[in-house]
Ligand binder design. Structure first.
Ligand code: C2E
Ligand code: MG
Ligand code: MG
Ligand code: MG
Length: 279
């Protein structure tokens, strides 16, 4: 097939590939100093209790604003950070900054402290340093462990269940909660939840997006909620863009909800304003 396509065609693809590689290398170089130059910042997306629609916590999301490359989405730069290993430098900074921020937030009207949920890349689980890092951040900032949640992806804990269970055990001993992010996309299945003791699952937004139209998505979501509850696990739905989705989820007993329909990601200042206004 390549022979038939001819030499020019090959060269064309090769140049296109070179270009992509160059861009990636450039992005990696720029990402290396981005934190120090103040180009990376944290935003916070509120998470609500479905029962009374009260804000109970936030998820931390990283943003990169580069002077010439513009706004680069996390779907692009987190992968660069993962593959280059830079996530091992940036990840701990995000965790620490999130704890420092959250410890300053006022408590809500009913006296509860907001939780802060931090995404952790698979690569940050390697080497086994995460539990110590978490303990250090909690001690240094004074944030109560119960107010810190970690979001691990399903794929990060598939494969070596023994190792994953041991890591989760160490994390639990620091007092933090662990959630499985993008749940349902990793093909690990619900039975997996028995072996890997997590506190919550976040139903992936791809299931939520079509649940009001697609009976399969609705059935899956309903099954995830029922099964998780049978195992005593909290269910969070992400990517709620419409009221009908929120209603379907809360009717089915989904505990927590997150999405543009409820709130887009906001700044730390806006988080404080939202807590103070009693939402
Ligand atoms: P995620 O952890 O699943 O985060 C949820 C993503 O869904 C966020 O995208 C959020 O802005 C977006 N989202 C929230 N509500 C809606 C909605 O109603 N509709 C739709 N379509 N999307 C919604 P974002 O901020 O672009 O982040 C993308 C991914 O990048 C995250 O997915 C997470 O995997 C990764 N990421 C972001 N920040 C960090 C970080 O600090 N560390 C690590 N390791 N990964 C991060
Ligand atoms: Mg997440
Ligand atoms: Mg997710
Ligand atoms: Mg994701």
């Amino acid at each position: 097939q390549a022979k038939v396509a001819g030499k020019n065609c090959y060269r064309y693809y090769s140049r296109a590939m070179d270009h992509a590689v160059e861009r990636r290398v450039h992005m990696e170089q720029e990402l290396r100093g981005a934190w120090e130059r103040g180009e990376l910042r944290l935003v916070y997306q509120p998470i609500f209790r479905t029962r009374d629609r009260r804000m109970v916590g936030v998820e931390v999301l990283l943003r990169w604003q580069h002077p010439t490359l513009g706004t680069i989405p996390p779907s692009v730069f987190i992968e660069v950070a993962e593959q280059s290993g830079l996530i091992e430098v940036i990840g701990p900074k995000v965790l620490r900054a999130a704890c420092m921020e959250a410890v300053q937030w006022p408590h809500s009207v009913d006296g509860e402290g907001m939780f802060v949920s931090v995404n952790v890349s698979p690569r940050q689980l390697r080497g086994g340093e995460l539990p110590a890092l978490v303990a250090d951040c909690l001690r240094d900032t004074g944030l109560p462990a119960s107010r810190l949640h970690l979001e691990l992806t399903e794929t990060a804990v598939i494969g070596d269940e023994m190792l994953a269970a041991a890591l989760l055990d160490k994390l639990h001993r620091t007092g933090v909660k662990v959630w499985l992010d993008d749940f349902g996309t990793g093909f690990s299945g619900l039975s997996h939840l028995r072996q890997v003791p997590v506190d919550g699952v976040k139903i992936d937004k791809s299931f939520v997006a079509d649940m009001q139209r697609d009976p399969d998505d609705l059935a899956l979501t309903t099954a995830i909620i029922a099964m998780a509850h049978a195992l005593g696990i909290t269910v969070v739905a992400e990517g709620i863009e419409q009221e009908v989705q929120f209603d379907l989820l809360s009717q089915r007993g989904c505990d927590l909800a997150q999405g543009y329909w409820l709130s887009v990601p906001i700044t730390a200042t806006e988080v404080v304003e939202m807590i103070e206004s009693g939402r």
